[in-house]
Design a protein around this ligand. Structure first.
Ligand code: EPZ
Length: 430
């Protein structure tokens, strides 16, 4: 049967228990691997701790399609520039993964021309790329949009000062990579400060780029362009979103889970919320343990914000936990315009949630019931899986492919923590 018809069957009610090594970050690995496009001929970028996921494989395939030599084995990706590169990004990959758009900047900087089919919107929002294109245009690129594709040309990009209207993660990644090969100095102000950006800057530095955060990473990045970059290696940071997801799995089921190989400072915003909700946890240098509590977690008020604020990518999973909290919670989504797709599905399971614009009001209930629910995107799917782990009876999360974009061996990881889940084949419910 086709992948799209697979679902996650969960028999709920067992508290998660045990420890889990957290994978490398998907959202850091994608730009880090893409930065290999900046290499000079004959040079190689080695990236370790790369999660084996559909999206990281799509990035590897995209770079291969452009003419790079890419290997991907046991969590290590090598990207080498051996022959000539194509300037045209294939529609197949761009349509599979919106994050393909971060290839535009480095490809243009390397080749002087890049053609990218427009990635289009997705279920969490319209997700325009105007900030990416405005920044490249400021660096001297001619940008034209026709026949549903972006045509970007610039014999040589020029360094300049770019102020981002919003600290977009993807725009910052595209522009910092483009600036690494531009002529002269580029200053990116109001840049994103996510750990994934820091990891990309580490990769660029490892390849000899002259890139620094000004003022201790307060959103200003300074780049002095180089003619080409050389071989280097970088380790992908731990996936803070996966860590938060498994910790919330412990919270929602009343279990005890230790996430290991993490950088807890990357998810302080969740830990602060757990403290506020009176969930017991222990934070150590590279691990965090959530303890079971006798009481239900307390309700919370949360607003998603760019890093170091509370991540939009953890909003659905936290909301799932808040469905069973004591009291009424308020969750405001300020990054994406329609990232409440999990709400109608959680309601099917007995959650009491009202939505007004970008604010959800969640009245905690005592139990959730197993149900057939549909994952519409990655984190919505993770949230529904967490709800299923806590629910009475059986839950079937359809649209499993979305979850598998971001979580390595999700079913095995949960079963190792004592859950009862399996991947089944069958019809979707939409
Ligand atoms: C990255 O997406 C992540 N994806 C997302 O993770 C994450 O939710 C998001 O950052 C926010 O943290 C990857 O890293 C691959 P943005 P990105 O540009 O770069 C608007 C997940 O679940 N915007 O910071 O696309 C945009 O519409 C995924 O792992 C513009 O208006 O996010 C959105 O409302 C989903 N114009 C907001 O900014 C632009 O040119 C934030 O987007 C660019 C963005």
């Amino acid at each position: 049967m086709m992948e799209s018809s697979r679902y996650l069957k969960i028999t709920g009610g067992t508290p998660l228990h045990g420890s889990i090594r957290i994978q490398g970050s998907k959202n850091a690995a994608l730009p880090v691997v893409a930065s290999g496009l900046l290499l000079g001929r004959g040079e190689t970028l080695t990236c370790t701790n790369v999660p084996q996921l559909r999206d990281t494989e799509t990035m590897a395939a995209l770079l291969r399609a452009l003419g790079m030599t890419v290997t991907f084995e046991n969590g290590s990706v090598t990207v080498s520039r051996t022959g000539d590169l194509s300037c045209e990004m294939p529609a197949a990959q761009v349509q599979k993964m919106r994050a393909s758009s971060i290839v535009l900047g480095p490809l243009l900087a390397q080749q002087g021309r890049a053609v990218m089919p427009m990635p289009g919107g997705c279920t969490i929002g319209a997700r325009p790329i105007d900030l990416h294109l405005k920044g490249l245009a400021k660096m001297g690129a001619q940008i034209e949009l026709h026949h549903g594709a972006v045509y970007a040309t610039a014999e040589k990009l020029r360094g300049c000062r770019i102020y981002l209207d919003f600290p977009s993660v993807g725009a910052t990644e595209n522009l910092v990579m483009a600036a690494a090969l531009a002529e002269g100095e580029t200053i990116i102000e109001n840049a994103a400060r996510e750990p994934e950006i820091t990891n990309l800057v580490q990769a660029l530095q490892a390849m000899g780029a002259d890139v620094v955060f000004k003022k201790d990473n307060q959103g200003i990045i300074q780049v002095n362009g180089k003619p080409e970059l050389a071989s280097g290696s970088v380790r992908v940071v731990p996936d803070r979103i996966a860590a938060c997801t498994y910790l919330l799995g412990a919270v929602i089921t009343g279990g005890e889970v230790t996430v290991t190989d993490v950088m807890p400072q990357h998810f302080d915003s969740l830990l602060a919320k757990l403290e506020e909700a009176e969930v017991g946890y222990l934070r150590q240098e590279d691990r965090v343990t959530v303890y079971p509590s006798r009481e239900r977690m307390k309700s919370l008020s949360v607003k998603t914000m760019p890093y170091p604020g509370f991540p939009t990518d953890v909003q659905p999973q936290l909301m799932a936990a808040l469905c069973l909290a004591h009291g009424t919670s308020v969750v405001k989504e300020s990054i994406f315009e329609s990232r409440f797709q999990h709400v109608p599905e959680l309601r099917k399971m007995g959650a009491e949630i009202d939505i007004q614009g970008n604010t959800a009001v969640i009245r905690g209930v005592e139990t959730l019931n197993g149900s057939d629910v549909q994952a519409t995107d990655l984190r919505a799917g993770a949230a529904l899986a967490l709800a299923g782990l806590a629910a009475e009876g059986e839950t079937r999360v359809h649209g499993l492919k979305h979850i598998l974009r971001g979580y390595e061996d999700f079913d095995k990881a949960l079963n190792n923590l004592g859950a009862n889940v399996s991947i089944e084949e069958g019809e979707g419910i939409i």
